[in-house]
Design a protein around this ligand. Structure first.
Ligand SMILES: C[S@@+](CC[C@H](N)C(=O)[O-])C[C@H]1O[C@@H](n2cnc3c(N)ncnc32)[C@H](O)[C@@H]1O
Length: 226
């Protein structure tokens, strides 16, 4: 197996998550990251937090959580291996902030890329299989007034994702989108992706000889009565 390498999405997600974490009062908060990989996002939050919060991380890969345990230097951290919310089912507490970075791009694209070599992706053709499972449970694990943060990568079915988030949360805002060029594998295999583009299962733009995708972050706020 292997551990996912920190990428542009990790950085964008870190930047948005720290804004949310530091924007409210500095009472101790509980922050959970699902799909933590080597722990780089949580380590960033720990290094840049204004308060002294309690962090929780999990990943389906034990190799990833072992590496996160080595990398994260902090006393208030709890790291477990397991899928989705499974490691926290008997936790009997809820979280103020849940960040998910579990794989969420169209499977045929993930398969042809080298981003997921040895890393679980399994997100279905429209990229939303994992997000849907997480959305089914997220409100149970969030405190009232809690936040749920996830990346929106244009290599998934965007209109369906926007609808799903709108149904679950009264307040959803999005960060600015950051465009990025898809690596050579995408152009090489374009015959395999053409139908995904036509059916709007993925959204890319062809500009100056390259295919561009984008990443932004959805910030979902749980309303008191949700
Ligand atoms: C896109 S990577 C992000 C890793 C890390 N957050 C980073 O930025 O480097 C997705 C991570 O989700 C994990 N993952 C995949 N399916 C999962 C699941 N069902 N439950 C928990 N983690 C999962 C993978 O092992 C991988 O580490």
């Amino acid at each position: 197996m292997a551990i996912f390498k920190k990428n542009l999405t990790s950085k964008i997600l870190s930047g948005e998550a720290i804004k949310v974490l530091n924007s409210s009062d500095q009472k101790e908060k509980k922050i959970l990251e699902i799909g933590c990989g080597d722990g780089n996002i949580t380590q960033f939050l720990i290094d840049n937090q204004l308060g002294n919060n309690q962090f929780y991380c999990s990943d389906i890969s034990e190799e990833a959580t072992d590496s996160a345990k080595k990398n994260i230097v902090y006393d208030k951290i709890n790291i477990k291996a397991g899928a989705f919310f499974d490691p926290w089912k008997n936790f009997h507490q809820s979280f103020d902030l849940v960040i998910t970075d579990v794989s969420s791009i169209s499977e045929p694209v993930a398969d042809k890329s080298d981003w997921y070599n040895g890393v679980t992706s399994d997100c279905g053709e429209n990229g939303l299989k994992n997000v849907k499972i997480i959305l089914d449970d997220v409100n149970f694990f969030l405190n009232k007034d809690g936040y749920f943060i996830l990346p929106v990568i244009s290599l998934c079915r965007l209109d369906e994702l926007y609808e799903l988030l709108k149904k679950k949360f009264n307040f959803v805002s999005y960060s600015e989108k950051v465009e990025w060029p898809l690596p050579e594998f995408f152009k090489k295999n374009i015959h395999k992706f053409d139908h995904l583009i036509k059916k709007k299962i993925i959204s890319v733009e062809y500009k100056f000889g390259a295919y561009l995708a984008f990443t932004k972050v959805a910030i979902c706020h749980k309303h008191n009565n949700q």
